[in-house]
Design a binder for this molecule. Sequence first.
Ligand SMILES: O=c1[nH]cnc2c1ncn2[C@@H]1O[C@H](CO)[C@@H](O)[C@H]1O
Ligand SMILES: [Zn+2]
Length: 379
Amino acid sequence: MTPVDSTPPTGRPLDLPNISLAPKVLLHDHLDGGLRPATVLELAREVEYADLPAADAESLGTWFRDAADSGSLERYLETFAHTVAVMQTPSALARVARECVEDLAADGVVYAEVRYAPEQHLERGMPLDEVVEAVLAGFAEGEAQAAAAGRPIMVRCLVTAMRHAARSREIAELAVRYRDAGVVGFDIAGAEAGHPPTRHLDAFEFMRANNAHFTIHAGEAFGLPSIHEAIAFCGTDRLGHGVRVIDDITLPEGADLAAESFEGAELGQIANIVRDKRIPLELCPSSNVQTGAVNSIAEHPFNVLARLRFRVTVNTDNRLMSDTTMSKEFYRLAQQFGYGWADFERFTVNAMKSAFIHFDERLALIDDVIKPGYAVLLG
Ligand SMILES: O=c1[nH]cnc2c1ncn2[C@@H]1O[C@H](CO)[C@@H](O)[C@H]1O
Ligand SMILES: [Zn+2]
């Protein structure tokens, strides 16, 4: 059996409308990176936030995309000041969460884990618990609306701690406190260089001691040492990005990154352990280009990692900053690497297997939703 389907695409044409019909699973999406530009404007008016860089939805959308397109993670992250600023009340958080679910469902996402950092939403006095409850309420509302519209979706939450700050243990405790209410895991995010995962060891130990899941943004702006720490010292379940694992793989001289096989590729210890342990890679192609983690989609190691049978998943990271959707990410990858429906199905099953919900729930989505959905598209 070939690792990735290399036959020409069969079944329905691989265009954006059809891709949006395909069941998709999203593991890495930031709530504060996915607002609709019009919502940012409306919320800014409501809370009298006067620092937005544009006054209409279209220019604001363009501003986010261009400003994020900086080649640096630090500058990319500066754009979040504007979204976080307008997400400081329970009603704003619930609205953003509800619209997030609506947008994902409309794009054919059937299961998503959406993350955000509760500690960034305390500026107007909300306690951490109220932040979490407002977002969960918004997700539930969105799920109900999507089901009523005939596009059922399950959305769960990851709470993130900011790696430059010192609240990770508290946020891990928050994740465990709300585990039965829809928070299925914990994460750390923010500027990677200078803020290694081991600074937050007690938070990860707390999660492990409570039999709870976590992922770590690692191997995005900083390389292999960050991935090594995340696995060896922190015991991460998944890698947020993890794209720099490619630095531990030696490809044969002159290898074409869009090739169908990479025979002769040599893996170092870190690449091997990631692959051996089936550690899921939450890859976010467009975001990686914007932050300069890779130069272009053509140079993205997604295909190398997929063909070498790493457990790759496709993700959006920040739909507003990258002006993207799951369908667009799939489409870009298909155009670059020649993927077909069977490849998309494999990436989707990879993601579903890697989700932080229970095994029986994952299996049910694979058997009852994902496989039947792709069977129709494959024809
Ligand atoms: O790709 C990324 N790498 C690291 N940090 C990120 C990325 N995208 C978003 N955030 C950070 O995560 C916070 C909580 O959602 C965001 O506010 C942003 O600062
Ligand atoms: Zn991210």
